[in-house]
Ligand binder design. Sequence first.
Ligand code: PEP
Length: 251
Amino acid sequence: MRRPFLAGNWKMNLDRRSALDLVNQVRAAADRRADVDVAVFPSYVYLDEVARALAGSRVRLGAQDMCHEDSGAFTGAVSAARLTPVGCESDSLGHPARRHGFGARAQLVGAKVRKALEAGIDPILCVGETIEEREDGRTEEVVKRQLVAGLASVSAAEMSKVTIAYEPVWAIGTGLTATSEQAGAVHDYLRGVLAGLFDEAVANATRIQYGGSVKPSNVSELMAVDSIDGALVGGASLDGDSFTAIIEFQN
Ligand code: PEP
């Protein structure tokens, strides 16, 4: 049985005050919904304060990306060694915004997954195709390549720490959502790839989130699909009422 996992990716949004207000609402919602896991991914600069606001709550704290090295001349980068002391327990890696906006290659994402695990940070490995790749019939090829490279140095035992997020690029921040059939088909495919890389037990135990314009009005339909174990939510996680409604989805 895989526990639903709902995560809010705040991207480069929210100022300090609104981040702290939002976190109080998320905390209250997570307290009411003990059967799901909840996490928020604020900007680096607010991680410390958000961690303090979350102290003693069920909400986990994550960062948006990290460096593949521990320290050194990496101007503008943040390493796992800087994230764990401020209470960061998770990290989204290979988000389409990083792959396509900042050129993060699949092998580099794999190196970050390795670093996160070594630091005790649970990675969310994001994979997903562009609209051109989908229209060319290359969705499976693309997500498989990203998944295999992202998990290249991960052992079966370490997979209990890893979440996969299927994030079709064409559905992120666009208002377009993959239908539950489209998302379910890719999730099933990814689970099959996991079974090949590891074994059936690992494949069945690994949580695969869907991300791409998830909102209160579509979360229940998506979550009703067997192979969808949660959501990575961007826009709709920025508003306390809407993220609360997502956390409290009907099942
Ligand atoms: C995301 O940021 O990962 C995301 C899925 O964004 P949105 O929900 O806004 O599409």
